[in-house]
Design a protein around this ligand. Sequence first.
Ligand code: FE
Ligand code: FE
Ligand code: ZN
Length: 291
Amino acid sequence: MDNENLYIGCHVSMSGPEYYLGSVKEALSYEANTFMFYTGAPQNTIRLPLERLRIDEGRALIKQSGLDESKIVVHAPYIINIANQLNVDTYELGKKHLLSELKRTYAFGPKILVLHPGSHVGTGEENGLESIVKALDEVLDQDGTDVKIALETMAGKGSEMGTSFEQLKQIISSIKHPERVGVCLDTCHINDNNMDVANFDEVLSNFDKVIGLDKLLVVHVNDSKNPLGAHKDRHENIGYGYLGFETLNKVVHHPLLKGIPMILETPYYEGNPPYKKEIEMFRKQVFEDWR
Ligand code: FE
Ligand code: FE
Ligand code: ZN
């Protein structure tokens, strides 16, 4: 069993009174060696000032526990939508919050910020791409950090952008700072978007051909409640969905993905987090029916 260079964790909360210190403790309680968090609520942009978030204590615990801070991931709030300029206020607000999230990520220490590319809401794919490129150019000109944005592969609900490798490639090759942008591959989303994760070698070789494997910054490891091509985006616990444990285990342990943070975003089961069990299954490479 080769778990060298395996960085596996899950999304954790960040709430009072311990805030970031609590996030790190939560990750450690699952025996994770990385994690993902939101710098506030995922669904809004209300953000507490950094001074209140116990960042220094969290970072001290990260160091003391031997975690590699560069493998820790931040997720931007999902209400940011820079893929259309239909509502100028929403677009401007999206850019403002993206800029602020880059700076906040930098202040916490991680170097990767996951971002949903957004929805074009009927303005069309071309328009969507143009809007995203314009916004990324403006924001990355101003932020002054070395944090990378990982554009997430989306499930293709409604008019979501980021549904094909070609689209993501087009964004990355059109922006002024391509070195600052990569991709977050979500196994549930690509399944729902008609990519066959069971043939993961093929998916990866296609990713490499179109975007380049060096651009893969994070993997979201989720099973899916829905079959190939469903465009639904409903995550399932590992081994209980359409992808299954063996397929996802191959993703987690893929030799070409060594060192890339693997983040679980699977649902709580009967009120309890599944992460300790799911992380253990991937380390042992054995499925255990725990539900
Ligand atoms: Fe996401
Ligand atoms: Fe995801
Ligand atoms: Zn999702």
